[in-house]
Design a protein around this ligand. Structure first.
Ligand code: AMP
Ligand code: ZN
Length: 473
């Protein structure tokens, strides 16, 4: 069976086909770095990571871009309200750039702890102003946008497909419901591409005036185009991004380029806390630190967040964390037992016993993931394998292929089972970090020693632009 994905644009499950054979270009809306991302954000980011891992499992090379929003995201998600970063900066008596650096660093540390594969690039909005202005100028020239004072608005009536993604019809959008009504707008639903505000700290001088900053939506149109091109395969986000954010991105990108922007739009349902909304005022917004302070591992959090299907509601409670931890221990334990079975311990007498049931498990795992990333079904297949193992139904040969599959294949998608391979990888990462620290401290004797130790273990280091990478000899 081939990979099928639910496309928010068509509201149907469609067979996945990339624009270029063998390559997938994917853009994920990333965090707004005004406060540490919470477990809900990580549901959306881990969905993107699982998607990428499944595409890689299926043989695609994935060019993944996840942005960092460090300016222009207003508190009401549309044209009114305060810039989230500037508001936080005032509260903390810091400048917004310092907030952005601090939160982005925490975000990257969280991604590492959660075992998220690195995107090709994490572009920052504030570093793509010229790319945004190029699109804005083009939209004005094409009659899709207009200037009022120092502000630039997109004219939604100039783009007949506006509303197609979210199902909103321009005429039905209650004036002021999500997008504030402003006298100077041609239509109440028009949204800002560029805004002027002398009080804004993060600001740029342009032909529209000396004190401008971008609208949140134009940022993603510009960063996706810069790093992936005019057309991309997949665009993801949380369900709240559908409107207005992604609806506006489509209008801007397609209005400017004249070609379809993303083929597939995929959205993760919101994570709820104790069955309700996660909100700072309710005090139920949890970060990875909060989860770890309660004694749970990042690995267990990863498992808790990916074990539900990304389009089904998912609840976050401490009971669910406890349950996830013990379920994950069950999978860890299966790996230990499979390894023992290689030596005959707990194995079925005939070496080939269980080969067929293993083949069924593997086929079910793959069919489930191919079916719009059905992680709960894929996990159920692994738990079925665990039952076979516990009941001693696998012979030595079956145990060998099953172990190989779980460690190298299934876990390349799930990224949270404690396997020998994962333990070794973690040790290597630690040694590399120690070598980096030694180099920074100019202790070259120590850094050479670590490099030699790694070499002896068959690990070759490569110093690249985005840091040190490693591969097996
Ligand atoms: P933000 O930092 O607000 O820009 O959000 C970053 C990403 O997290 C966006 O794709 C949001 O849609 C997503 N997101 C925010 N809250 C949740 C939640 N409770 N559950 C799932 N995704 C979320
Ligand atoms: Zn975005």
């Amino acid at each position: 069976m081939a990979f099928a994905v639910h496309n928010s644009l068509t509201r149907t499950k469609e067979p996945f086909r990339s624009l270029e054979p063998g390559v997938v270009r994917m853009y994920n809306c990333g965090p707004t770095v005004y406060s540490r991302p919470h477990v809900g954000n990580y549901r959306a980011f881990l969905f993107a990571d699982t998607l990428r891992r499944w595409l890689e499992y299926s043989g695609f090379r994935v060019e993944q871009v996840m942005n960092i929003t460090d300016v222009g995201h207003l508190t009401d998600d549309a044209d009114d309200g305060e810039d989230k970063l500037e508001k936080q900066a005032r509260k903390e008596k810091l400048d917004p750039w310092a907030i952005s650096r601090k939160i982005a660093a925490q975000f990257f540390a969280d991604l590492d702890a959660l075992g998220v594969r690195k995107a090709k690039v994490y572009p920052k909005a504030s570093e793509h102003i010229p790319e945004m202005l190029e699109i804005i100028d083009g939209l004005i020239a094409k009659g899709h946008a207009y200037v009022v004072g120092g502000d630039v608005y997109f004219d939604v009536k100039s783009f007949p497909r506006y509303g197609r993604l979210s199902g909103n019809r321009v005429e039905d959008l209650a004036a002021g419901a999500r997008i504030a009504v402003r006298e100077e707008k041609h239509n109440p639903e028009d949204f800002a591409l560029w805004k002027s505000d002398p009080a804004h700290v993060m600001k740029w001088a342009t032909r529209f005036g000396p004190n401008g900053f971008p609208g949140w939506h134009i940022e993603c149109s510009a960063m996706a185009r810069k790093h992936l091109g005019d057309r991309i395969d997949i665009h993801t986000g949380g369900e709240d991004n559908i409107f207005p954010h992604h609806e506006c991105e489509i209008a801007q990108s397609e209005g400017f380029t004249g070609v379809p922007f993303a083929t597939y739009w995929m959205h993760a349902k919101f994570l709820q806390v104790d069955g309700g909304k996660m909100s700072k005022s309710l005090g139920n917004v949890y970060s990875l630190d909060d989860v770890q302070a309660k004694g749970f591992s990042a690995r267990a959090l990863r498992f808790a967040l990916i074990r539900g299907h990304y389009r089904q509601p998912l609840n976050f409670t401490w009971d669910i964390m406890r349950e996830s931890t013990s379920a994950l221990e069950g999978l860890d334990d299966m790996v230990v037992r499979l390894r023992r079975a290689l030596h005959g311990e707990g194995a079925s007498p005939s070496a080939d016993d269980g080969l067929e049931s293993f083949a069924d498990v593997k086929a079910e795992f793959e069919a489930a993931m191919d079916d719009d990333l059905n992680t709960p079904r894929a996990l159920a297949a692994l738990f079925k394998l665990r039952t076979h193992v516990l009941e001693g139904r696998l012979g030595i040969s079956a145990a060998a292929v099953a172990l190989q599959f779980v460690e190298r294949r299934a876990n390349s998608v799930l990224g949270c089972i404690q396997t020998e391979a994962a333990t070794i990888d973690a040790e290597i990462e630690t040694l590399i970090e120690q070598r980096q620290a030694a180099r920074k401290a100019k202790d070259f004797k120590e850094s050479d020693r670590i490099r030699d130790e790694l070499l002896a273990r068959g690990i070759v280091l490569e110093d690249g632009q985005s840091g040190v990478t490693w591969k097996r000899k």
